[in-house]
Write a protein that binds this ligand. Structure first.
Ligand SMILES: [Zn+2]
Length: 147
């Protein structure tokens, strides 16, 4: 996101500060409007980028071997990912590879464990990555300014 912002503002960095800020405002205004249009026609629990990331992880989850640890809540798993084993806790949304905690999306270990319990990985995605949060983010707009 920083790289995209830097690339968009690069031509204006040598301009006076007010001109630079006006360009940044315009970039933000058009970006918000463009993203709002893209999301308006989308129906689903997750935005397209998150769906695509989850599908990629789901593909790699087929190479994992989850083993339930026989806990009462049915949330603790040991997942064999050669040459390492990882521990997945579906109740706390954690995996010892730490990918789930960092990204908010279940990692391929967790998806294997979720599939073992006949669950849906979408239900384990962090709330900030869902369409509800995206719609809240884009419910506001930047007012146009007359020069
Ligand atoms: Zn993991």
């Amino acid at each position: 996101m920083c790289e995209v912002f830097n690339s968009a503002t690069k031509p204006y960095r040598s301009k006076p500060i007010l001109t630079l800020l006006e360009k940044v405002r315009r970039i933000a205004m058009t970006s918000i409007a463009r993203n709002k249009l893209k999301l308006a026609s989308h129906i689903g629990y997750l935005p397209l980028i998150q769906q695509s990331r989850l599908a990629k992880k789901r593909y790699f989850s087929r190479y994992q071997t989850p083993m339930w640890s026989d806990d009462a809540a049915k949330v603790m798993f040991e997942v064999h990912d050669e040459p390492h084993n990882v521990v997945v806790d579906l109740g706390n949304h954690t995996c010892s590879c730490r990918s789930w905690q960092l990204s908010g999306l279940p990692c391929h270990h967790a998806i294997a464990a979720i599939a073992c319990m006949n669950g849906r990985p979408e239900n384990y995605v962090h709330a900030l990555l869902t369409m509800g949060s995206y719609n809240k983010i884009y419910e506001f707009h930047i007012n146009p300014v007359r020069e």
